[in-house]
Design a protein around this ligand. Sequence first.
Ligand SMILES: Nc1nc2c(ncn2[C@@H]2O[C@H](COP(=O)(O)OP(=O)(O)OP(=O)(O)O)[C@@H](O)[C@H]2O)c(=O)[nH]1
Length: 267
Amino acid sequence: MRPSLTPLGPSVSRDRVITSFPKWYTPAACLQLREHFHGQVSAACQRGNTGTVGLRLSKVVVVGDLYVGKTCLIHRFCKNVFNHDYKATIGVDFEIERFEVAGTPFSLQIWDTAGQEKFKCIASAYYRGAQVIITAFDLTDVQTLEHARQWLEDALRENEPGACFLFLVGTKKDLLSGAACEQAEAEAVRLANEMQAEYWSVSAKTGENVKAFFSRVAALAFERSVLQDLERRSSAPLQVGGGDLIRMEGRPPKTPDSRRPSSPSCC
Ligand SMILES: Nc1nc2c(ncn2[C@@H]2O[C@H](COP(=O)(O)OP(=O)(O)OP(=O)(O)O)[C@@H](O)[C@H]2O)c(=O)[nH]1
């Protein structure tokens, strides 16, 4: 068996080990319906051919109105705590979470940004280079859903088109039930489809769906990183002395050098 790589410290905790592809929250607004890892990704993981993916951090940026629960969501996942008291995020903060996905180490750097208007210019400086953008809103406050599109646009402006996975996350699920919850979710799913985002409802208070959500984020980001790495390496020019081996079939192609008479003693 291939030993698991541990580039950034000790091995990951058991609840950060992802062996099967995590499922969506609702097929009505999901980024992809596959239930297994991409074939090329599985094969690369089995061969241990994931390049530098295990050594890099994938950036996740969480945006949304103040008080929607961004910090609580991140703290529930990363520290398994919930704080009832509101303490505004000033500018930005981040956590690093290490996973093992399909046997390969993988890390997310999760950026918590301030929702307060006066800190927005500080926070927006950190949007660049995101692989994942999570737009959070409060399921009990429809205004925060209305603002979600603007938050997403601001974050996308700092990133390459098509470079980010987008998620729309309704927070404080514990405060809603029955028809009220269904209605809030239906509106959110509609917006998620317009935004081309995947939709999730979560509760940082009870922990409902929090781990499943971040596992999904990690798996999708991991897959894309592996596929991009495979593509980059297959299109990279061959490096002499770089450790690549080529099997030559038949006669070598004619190059200016091949016109010279070959001599076994020639260096
Ligand atoms: N009932 C309930 N309350 C929550 C939940 N998540 C957060 N809260 C409460 O909502 C308030 C705001 O939470 P924060 O996580 O600080 O909000 P934020 O979006 O990070 O706010 P800013 O840092 O100002 O952008 C706090 O009082 C939390 O206790 C939840 O899942 N359920």
